[in-house]
Design a protein around this ligand. Structure first.
Ligand code: TYM
Length: 329
């Protein structure tokens, strides 16, 4: 298993947690799992150096607070393992320009930024992600739906490389849970919850004051009907709330529908707000504990980088050899 998350300013949001990080925590029990904070990817858009450093630690602290255990998985920072950039270059040379141009996340982001502000790094971003995954010979990549196309590119490039040079890379599969593949904006359930696209009221930041998050849940958009039923097409707002509720509490959707039969949206929202407060309160406290002890945090990341490098270096050496690079003596 391999996955990554960007060191965003402030806090992860609920979509990050339910769509990805929650699965990371579960999968560390059963798999050899590598999880990283992708700071190389972060600089594809402008970053303040001090903030990037702080956000990288903050991301690691949140991953630990969410339940990653450094004894059960390898948690590291991408730039601590230089092989990512090195294999990234090789994979750049196996990617068609047209192929990279078809990546929808790039098209969306670059359209928003305009051509002059869009970096070449943003264009090659998915190819660095390909390298991230292939270096660890990952069988599966736990992510949300928005990353599916990047995993498909990874499969294509791994097959291309293997086809040309013989078996080198494991072909990875996306690991995307149907229920939580896409968590939606609370104010506009037609779009996914995201830092860049959501309205402030539609986005739950995990480190916000719990009462702020509770308020956002209570003012979530539903519909003019009053029936609490899971129907993403006709009732996207209510269905999103049911997904969040069900995942955070481990209660099945059918059971929730039964529980709220004949009750209004107000009851559902009040209870979910309570569930949210109960989840975020200890999460915030644990994150703060890791932030208060940066030495321990850095030691976890140093150990993670060492373990990651051992694996990454072996794969890179194989790929370099296949390509025909003269080994350094
Ligand atoms: P990032 O940092 O944007 O998001 C981290 C994870 O959160 C998931 N996610 C969501 N899931 C459900 N609903 C949502 N509304 C939602 N919003 C975000 C994302 O799908 C992702 O799994 N390119 C990646 C980082 C990356 C990576 C990798 C991932 C770099 N290298 C290698 C896997 C493997 C990204 O920007 O994720």
């Amino acid at each position: 298993m391999l996955s990554g998350i960007q060191p965003t300013a402030g806090s992860f949001h609920l979509g990050n947690y339910l769509g990805a990080v929650r699965q990371w925590v579960a999968l560390q029990e059963s798999h050899d799992a590598f999880y990283m904070v992708v700071d190389l990817h972060a600089i594809t858009v402008p970053q303040d150096p001090a903030e990037l450093r702080a956000n990288t630690r903050l991301a690691a602290a949140q991953l630990l607070a969410a339940g990653l255990d450094p004894d059960r998985c390898t948690l590291f920072v991408q730039s601590h393992v230089p092989e990512h950039a090195q294999l990234g270059w090789v994979m750049n040379c196996f990617t068609g320009f047209g192929e990279a141009s078809r990546m929808t996340q790039f098209k969306d982001k670059s359209a928003k930024q305009g051509a002059d502000r869009t970096t070449v790094g943003l264009f090659t971003y998915p190819i660095l992600q390909v390298a991230d995954i292939l270096l660890y010979q990952a069988d599966a990549v736990p992510v949300g739906e928005d990353q599916r196309q990047h995993i498909e590119l990874t499969r294509d490039l791994a097959e291309r490389f293997n086809g040309r040079y013989g078996d080198t890379f494991t072909i990875p599969a996306p690991y995307i849970l149907k229920e939580t593949a896409k968590i939606y904006d609370l104010q506009d359930p037609a779009v996914k919850m995201s830092k860049s696209a959501s309205t402030p009221k539609g986005l739950i930041n995990l480190l916000d004051e719990p009462k702020v998050s509770a308020k956002k849940i209570k003012s979530a958009v539903t519909d003019t009907d009053t029936v609490i039923r899971f129907d993403p097409e006709k009732k996207p707002g209510v269905s999103n709330l049911l997904t969040i509720y069900s995942t955070l509490t481990g209660t099945g959707i059918a059971e929730l529908e039964q529980k709220y039969e004949g009750k209004g949206y107000g009851a559902l929202k009040t209870d979910l707000a309570e569930v949210m407060v109960e989840w975020v309160t200890p999460f915030r406290a644990r994150t703060q504990e890791y932030l208060d002890d940066p030495e321990t945090l850095d030691a976890v990341l140093a150990k993670g980088a060492e373990k990651a490098r051992a694996v990454a270096a072996e794969t890179l050496a194989r790929a370099y050899n296949k390509v025909g690079f003269l080994p350094a003596k």
